[in-house]
Design a protein around this ligand. Structure first.
Ligand SMILES: Cc1cc2nc3c(=O)[nH]c(=O)nc-3n(C[C@H](O)[C@H](O)[C@H](O)COP(=O)(O)OP(=O)(O)OC[C@H]3O[C@@H](n4cnc5c(N)ncnc54)[C@H](O)[C@@H]3O)c2cc1C
Length: 388
């Protein structure tokens, strides 16, 4: 028997659930088809289990997309304040951790429970373990899962990106877009640790766990946050942020001492210029083990002004050529996705295939680290949900 709805939402993650709630509130009969055994699995593991659910400083500039204007309309019509109002309505206690990032005081589970309750109130039907086999378009869309068949005039694809396949990420959204002849910008891992190439890897990776405040820059973007040395390369917020902009041919520059000159004191003729004095200066800025290791490999060639200036330049411009990233297994998001030229910025509906919508991470809109990806999921979900 075919089950008929006004709208079928494929994927019960952040974007799909928000879309379902908004459409359900407007009286649409909505079904969410989720292939996992529970909804919102990514929400549950997000923000270290506390879900960084939005960012109060959210601006269009916090998003990457081939069309930087595309996200503006949806972001303006569903703002962080709208989501905070929902969270407050459900009495979920939260706090600002840093840089406008809002986290639950308790657990990310509260956000999933909130979305479940909102779905219930909006009469949304959720089908779990619904692995989608086929989507075809006749007069309406027909969606077949392993053991059921659905039809609706509208299908919303909210199946997310490729990051963290072990909790259910699939290429489904991209495959479906291809099936309907839509353009896709190459999906790549974003917000992901970088792998250090040799010789840097053997020089620094045994310092795994050491972190420092830096500015990481690449491709005209820069982030002033922490870098963390890992067993295979570099991570930490500064590196995760810059990874979304990194491409194989590009170097990443790291200022290891932002705004802090290292050799200033050597301008005083009374100060002895030697490795002990320089080590002591560098240790004021970098963690001891990193400072010492840096000097092992970048000690000034001489104690002349020119050699010291060169040393200073290197500290502020460590240029690394990553050998790659930790890949989708470790990436927090997927950059690229359904080309925004294919979609209406107001409703997320495909221009070529009316009734077909794409929302959330599967679209070529990717947020910076810090709650922006959920804000895009809520905003794009709401934009579509209000148009159904
Ligand atoms: C470890 C980690 C931590 C994160 N922390 C944060 C954070 O704190 N703040 C933040 O803003 N962002 C965070 N993110 C990013 C954020 O989780 C995503 O950007 C967001 O979940 C995207 O929402 P979405 O609904 O588009 O996709 P998802 O939330 O991934 O939802 C997609 C849903 O579709 C389902 N699905 C997939 N394929 C199929 C199929 N074929 N059939 C049926 N269902 C299918 C999936 O099971 C999933 O439930 C984090 C990501 C990770 C991996």
């Amino acid at each position: 028997m075919i089950q008929k709805f006004d709208a079928l939402i494929l994927g019960g993650g952040a974007a799909g659930l928000m879309c379902a709630i908004e459409a359900g509130k407007r009286g649409r009969r909505v079904a969410v088809l989720e292939h996992a055994d529970q909804i919102g699995k990514k929400i549950l593991i997000s923000g270290g289990g506390r879900c960084n659910f939005t960012n109060i400083h959210c601006q269009p500039g916090n998003f990457l997309s081939a069309n930087p204007h595309f996200a503006k309309s949806a972001l303006a019509r569903y703002t962080p304040a709208d989501f905070i109002a929902l969270v407050d309505k459900h009495r979920i206690r939260h706090h600002e951790k840093t840089l406008g990032q809002l986290f639950c005081d308790g657990s990310a589970r509260e956000i999933v429970t909130m979305l479940e309750e909102e779905c219930r109130a909006a009469n949304v039907t959720i089908f779990l373990n619904a692995k989608i086999r086929e989507v075809v378009r006749e007069t309406e869309f027909r969606v077949r899962t392993a053991n059921a068949e659905f039809s609706a005039p509208v299908v919303v694809v909210a199946t997310g990106g490729l990051s963290i396949p072990k909790i259910g990420a699939t290429s489904f959204g991209y495959d479906l877009a291809r099936q309907f002849g839509l353009k896709i910008r190459e999906p790549r891992p974003g917000l992901v640790p970088l792998l250090l190439a040799q010789p840097d890897c053997s020089r620094y990776c045994d310092l795994a766990g050491v972190s420092a405040d830096v500015i990481a820059s690449c491709d005209g973007q820069q982030f002033c946050e922490k870098v963390l040395i890992t067993h295979r390369g570099l991570s930490g917020p500064a590196i995760l942020q810059i990874s979304s902009y990194w491409e194989k041919s590009l170097p990443v520059k790291i200022d290891l001492a932002p705004g802090r000159p290292v050799i200033d004191s050597f301008g005083d003729p009374k100060v002895t210029r030697n490795i002990t004095a320089l080590r002591s200066e560098l240790r004021k800025i970098l963690p001891t083990r990193f400072a010492d290791r840096w000097l092992d490999h970048h000690a000034p060639a001489a104690w002349t002004n020119a050699a010291l200036a060169d040393f200073e330049r290197q500290v502020h411009g460590w240029s690394i050529r990553p050998s790659g990233t930790e890949g989708f297994e470790k990436a927090e998001v997927t950059t690229g996705g359904i080309d925004t030229d294919e979609l209406s910025a107001k409703t997320m509906e495909c221009r070529k295939v009316l009734g077909l919508y794409f929302i959330g991470e599967v679209v070529d809109v990717t947020g910076h680290l810090g709650g922006f990806n959920f804000q895009w999921a809520w905003a794009s979900g709401a934009a579509a949900g209000r148009a159904l």
